[in-house]
Design a protein around this ligand. Sequence first.
Ligand code: L34
Length: 298
Amino acid sequence: MAAGNLIDGRAIAGQIQNEVAQRAAALRARGVQPGLAFVRVGEDPASKVYVGMKEKACAQLGIFSETRVLPPATTEGELLALLAQLNADTRIHGILVQAPLPRHIRETVVYATVSPQKDVDGFHPVNVGKLMLGDPSGFLPCTPAGIDELLVRSQIPTEGAEAVILGRGNIVGKPMAAILCQKAKGANATVTICHSQTRNIKEHCRRADILIAAMGVAKFVTADMVKPGAVVIDVGVNRVSDPTAKSGSRLVGDVDFEAVQPIAGRITPNPGGVGPMTIALLMQNTVRAAEMATAAKS
Ligand code: L34
């Protein structure tokens, strides 16, 4: 199959952003501007790029945003104090602490300090627990929620499908599994999680109707691991050096795209697949946080 099998993440993210812009406008008409605070610690180059793209999305959708940049030597206590301040700030409905954090700061402590009502990343233990319980009042993490939207809006059936997820991280793999096996529309899949200790990983992959690669190994998924016609979702963001590129580096997914595209039924490009969906779902979570905060008051 040629180019016709691409899943256009940018286009689908654009649809979601239009819906979010309308909800943001409705809130503003009632005197509430949705607000999102970004916190970035240190000067990780990828984090600068990602937070920059998220700020731009806020500006386009009429969401107020502010970014706090803290020096790399910031203590955990100082970061927690800033979060307490943002938790109490009524202009702010969502708080996002960009990962990765410097090693001396414990991510689990940081994410547990963000108010669950403002946790638009879905990393707070309360929201993680609500996902496991199937309680829709929580926030879903943006990347796996974005992938599920990508499947649903591309009319890819998940009910009864064999979904194989490569990677067991807290940001993508584990919540992706929890979302896909949920008893709900756009879910009801049979889920397998594979990781570095999995035996016969190729055999698992070859059974997949939906294969989601999120383990962070460049071009890990090769043509022989994909069942003909399978849907392949590439979450990988691996930067590899490329002397021919202007920046000296290039983004490579977890999927060997050129080899896998001809076999796959549908496949996400990377960039232009999962990344834009992550940002769209962040915007959606933020507007929802503002709607819920406003409803709670009236
Ligand atoms: N707290 N930290 C927190 N929440 C998150 O949800 C993230 N993540 C990951 C890193 N740290 C985080 C993101 O936002 C990764 N991530 C992310 C978001 C957007 C994109 C990629 C990763 C994206 O839009 N990527 C573009 C390409 C951009 C480029 O050229 O580098 C794409 O089209 O995929």
